[in-house]
Design a protein around this ligand. Structure first.
Ligand code: ZN
Length: 245
C-alpha cells in the first residue's frame, strides 16, 4: 500500500463547515484507476474526491481533507444537505461490468486502514460511514450490493429478540403509525435517509428500500418492503436507540 500525492484535483472549494461528520464511499464505474484519476482531476468534469483507492491497494490523495471535494452532489443525511461540506469522499477503482469488478483484498485492506486513520483524526462515528446510495438513494447505487460493509463496519445489530420486536410494533400501533410503509419511513427517516418525497410514490419507495438493503441487509436486496426488511428495520431502530442516542 502506498499513499501517492502526485496528482491533484482542481475540483474543490472551501468547506462551509469546520466539522467533518461523514465519510462517503463511492465507486468510480470507470475502466481503471488511470481513467479515474484523469476524470477526477479534469476541471471540466467538476467532480472530485479526497481519496481514490486502486485495485492493488494504492491510495491517491487528490484533494486536501481541509477542502470541500465534489463527490456527493445532491444529497441528504439526517437533515444535512450540503454533505460535501461535512464529509470526506473516498472513490474505489471499481466497476461492476468491467475488469475491475471486484472489491479486491488489497483495496479493502487499504480502505480499512484509511478509515481507521480518518475516524480517529476527525472523531467520525461508525454509523456516519455511508455509501453514496445512502445519501442519494434516488439517483445513485454506489458502492453497490457487493460492497463488503461487514468488513469495514464493526457496528452490528446486537439486540435481536422477538419480545422486543413485538413491543416496538405495539408502540407504533399505539402512536398511530400503523402500516408497514409508515413504520418503515419513520425508521428510515430516524436513521438519516431522505423520506420526504417517498410517501405515495412506489418507485421512490422501491429505490429507498433498495438503498437501505444494499447497505444493511445485503442478503435481501429486492427493493421490497417485505417482512424480513421490516423486522430488520425495527431491530435497527432499537439498536440505534440503545447505542447512539
Ligand atoms: Zn458516487
Amino acid at each position: 500500500m502506498k499513499l501517492i500525492k502526485k496528482f491533484k484535483s482542481p475540483n474543490f472549494n472551501l468547506r462551509k463547515s469546520k466539522k467533518i461528520l461523514f465519510i462517503i464511499i463511492h465507486y468510480t464505474a470507470l475502466k481503471n484507476y488511470k481513467y479515474a484519476i484523469s476524470h477526477l482531476c479534469n476541471p471540466k468534469k467538476k467532480v472530485s474526491s479526497h481519496f481514490l483507492i486502486t485495485q492493488s491497494g494504492n491510495i491517491f490523495k487528490l484533494v486536501d481533507e481541509k477542502k470541500r471535494a465534489w463527490h456527493a452532489g445532491l444529497s441528504y443525511w439526517n437533515k444535512f444537505k450540503d454533505i460535501n461540506s461535512l464529509s470526506i469522499g473516498i472513490e474505489l477503482d471499481y466497476s461492476f461490468n468491467k475488469e475491475n469488478n471486484t472489491f479486491s483484498e488489497n483495496m479493502i485492506n487499504s480502505l480499512t486502514f484509511l478509515l481507521k486513520k480518518l475516524k480517529k483524526k476527525y472523531n467520525i462515528k461508525n454509523h456516519n460511514i455511508l455509501g453514496h446510495s445512502d445519501i442519494s438513494p434516488f439517483r445513485k447505487i454506489d458502492p453497490g450490493i457487493n460492497f463488503p460493509w461487514q468488513k469495514i463496519d464493526d457496528t452490528h445489530l446486537y439486540f435481536k429478540s422477538d419480545k422486543n420486536l413485538k413491543k416496538i410494533k405495539l408502540w407504533f400501533k399505539k402512536n398511530n403509525i400503523k402500516s408497514s410503509q409508515e413504520i418503515a419511513l419513520f425508521i428510515l427517516s430516524f436513521i438519516g435517509y431522505d423520506t420526504t418525497k417517498v410517501k405515495q410514490n412506489n418507485q421512490l419507495l422501491r429505490k429507498l428500500i433498495f438503498a437501505y438493503q444494499s447497505h444493511y441487509l445485503q442478503s435481501n436486496c429486492n427493493g421490497k418492503l417485505d417482512s424480513k426488511t421490516l423486522d430488520f428495520l425495527i431491530y435497527h431502530l432499537y439498536n440505534n436507540l440503545l447505542t447512539i442516542y
